[in-house]
Unconditional design. Structure first.
Length: 211
């Protein structure tokens, strides 16, 4: 069974989607650890309510990035983490963690990357930019995390229509529903060993038959 560490910055709706997928049997994984850069993040309370170890950790708490990275890696080693999932996490992951978990960190982004990604493109900023550009579709992307914002190869993407009367809030709500669908599906692909990463190319392998 795949063991997850989930990084969050907010209320944790994608974390809740992962928990529900596990409880319903759609996701063969367990969440061992939740980390947030914000003490007030609702996701921390959500994790603890489900018996998951949850910590507030952020770089300013430490004397150096090396000390911060060491603490993160120590926690993940202690909890035998296989895959890191960024589920609404608004900070960069330290290089040492990216190197240690190469090809084993994924992020959910509320747009169809590579469009509308990069530093500062999160939350309502993304949906405002999509509407300002006049896009007819938007969506969500689960991608592999590398050392830059939103530049890793996509694992899964799913479109949603942009409607004539959309506001950023309405579009955000529709995209969020899609995030809740594809993030557990992407994690399940890793659980099944079906994600093959070759440089910047991700291939989804066919599901193995029984017997």
């Amino acid at each position: 069974m795949l063991t997850l560490c989930v990084f969050v910055s907010g209320r944790g709706s994608n974390l809740a989607a992962l928990i529900e997928a596990i409880q319903s049997g759609r996701l063969d994984a367990r969440i061992a650890l939740v980390i947030s850069n914000k003490t007030e993040a609702g996701a921390l309370a959500l994790a603890r309510a489900h018996g998951v170890a949850a910590f507030h950790l952020s770089a300013p708490q430490f004397i150096s990035e090396e000390a911060y990275s060491s603490r993160l890696l120590g926690l993940m080693e202690e909890h035998n983490v296989d895959l890191i999932v960024l589920a609404g996490y608004l900070k960069k992951i330290p290089e040492a963690v990216i190197h240690h978990y190469r090809h084993r960190i994924i992020n959910i982004h509320p747009a169809l990357l590579p469009a509308f990604g990069g530093q500062g493109m999160y939350g309502h900023h993304v949906h405002e930019a999509v509407l300002a550009y006049g896009c007819k579709v938007s969506g969500a992307t689960v991608h592999v995390v590398d050392s830059e914002y939103d530049t890793g190869a996509p694992v899964l993407q799913q479109c949603v229509p942009v409607l004539e009367d959309d506001t950023p809030e309405r579009l955000a709500a529709r995209v969020l529903e899609t995030e809740h669908e594809i993030l557990p599906r992407a994690v399940q692909l890793f659980a099944e060993g079906r994600v093959q990463i070759d440089g910047r190319r991700v291939t989804i392998l066919a599901k193995k038959g029984r017997g």
